[in-house]
Design a binder for this molecule. Structure first.
Ligand code: HEM
Ligand SMILES: *[C@@H]1O[C@H](CO)[C@@H](O)[C@H](O)[C@H]1NC(C)=O
Ligand SMILES: *[C@@H]1O[C@H](CO)[C@@H](O)[C@H](O)[C@H]1NC(C)=O
Length: 325
């Protein structure tokens, strides 16, 4: 039987859809920051509570959840496709080259879903919306800016590992390739630089930066040498190094570090390597306010990539599985 909140949320979804179709009023996206405020007012506080508790236990969860939303949005839009486990019909994005043995936080997402369903009934809050809100709450919990998260995304019934391998950017891309990669998602150079600032949080595995610390030419030599103790020329593939010196604090150290040629990934340093993005890197390093503002704006833009709305997709009962399959 459908719950009251389920019906109310559905009504809103179709109201927004018809508004869009008939008047073109909400033309850019059919998402709204108030999507759950009538039909499930407990949704956002509940997500925040679970995210904060999980980060309190392990700071890196914040990095996991931010990256998860990014890896969701870049593959066919923000539709929670990244959360689907492999089945005979689902070619799971969890097995994509960049995700395998790398993405974390799925347990936290499952826990959020459990708690949100307790508060609102099920299925009311989509897994795609959970990822968008959890990313924002993670950034806030670790000292970063806040923003209004657009809501009303629905969940996919498919996943595409091949597309994940194509569309999620690799750490060896140079600046033109990074710009092209983001452009494919409707994101510009400013979005690229601001969102790369997400690397103010978290870690990378040795495999992601080995080539740079042994063969790189645009790297601070002392920095490279120090990293070589963490990341040997062969073996230790999963050893971790922080993406910036303050890996559990959302700050501007990522950018000031790039100016010192201390970017961990080639793709990080590419943003400050004599190209068109140098000026933004310098600016965000010196001006925390400007970075915060740009990051928040670009996160909303990224969250708007190809959402499923209205009667598209479904609201999953369990984030790792398609309903009734
Ligand atoms: C610009 C192109 C990007 C490239 C090439 C890239 C690549 C990578 C790589 C290789 C790692 C390390 C993964 C591992 O070794 O396990 C990583 C980690 C991370 N990325 Fe990105 N990334 C990019 C953009 C972004 C964006 C836009 C965000 C979010 C706004 C983001 C958030 C993160 C976070 C938070 C981590 C740390 C995760 C952890 O601690 O496990 N990245 N990224
Ligand atoms: C996955 O994406 C690839 C690359 O765009 C495409 O060729 C393929 O048809 C897609 N597969 C599915 C099942 O949609
Ligand atoms: C450094 O570059 C050489 C030549 O391209 C390559 O053979 C070697 O594997 C690289 N070393 C590392 C640690 O990536």
């Amino acid at each position: 039987m459908a719950s009251r909140s389920q019906l109310l949320c559905l009504q809103l979804a179709f109201f927004l859809l018809s508004l869009n179709a008939t008047t073109g009023l909400i033309s850019r996206s059919q998402l709204s920051p108030d999507f759950y405020s009538e039909c499930c007012p407990q949704a956002l506080p509940t997500i925040k509570r679970v995210v904060e508790a999980a980060i309190y236990k392990q700071r890196r969860v914040g990095a996991f959840l931010l990256r998860m939303h990014f890896h969701d949005c870049f593959v066919n839009g923000c539709d929670a496709s990244v959360l689907l486990d492999p089945t005979p019909t689902i070619d799971s994005e969890k097995n994509a080259f960049t995700n395998q043995n790398s993405l974390g936080g799925f347990d936290v997402v499952d826990n959020i879903k459990l708690e949100v369903d307790k508060a609102c009934g099920s299925p009311v809050v989509s897994c795609a919306d959970i990822l968008a809100v959890a990313a924002r709450d993670s950034v806030v919990a670790l000292g970063g800016p806040t923003w209004k998260v657009q809501l009303g995304r629905r969940d996919s019934t498919t996943a595409n590992r091949t597309l994940a391998d194509i569309d999620i950017p690799a750490p060896f891309l140079d600046l033109p390739a990074l710009i092209e990669n983001f452009k494919k998602q409707g994101l510009n150079e400013k979005d690229l630089v601001a969102l790369s600032g997400g690397h103010t949080l978290g870690f990378a595995r040795c495999v992601a930066f080995r080539n740079r610390i042994y063969n790189g030419t645009d790297i601070n030599p002392a920095f490279a040498k120090k990293l070589q103790t963490t990341c040997p020329e062969s073996g230790g593939d999963f050893n971790l190094a922080p993406l910036d010196p303050t890996e559990a604090r959302f700050d501007t150290a990522y950018f000031t570090n790039l100016v010192k040629q201390k970017g961990l990934l080639s793709s990080d340093q590419a943003l400050f390597s004599g190209g068109s993005t140098d000026v933004l890197v310098k600016k965000y390093g010196l001006n925390a306010k400007a970075f915060s503002k740009a990051f928040a704006k670009s996160m909303v833009k990224m969250g708007n990539i190809k959402p499923l709305t209205g009667n598209q997709g479904e609201i999953r009962l369990q984030c790792s599985k398609v309903n009734y399959s």
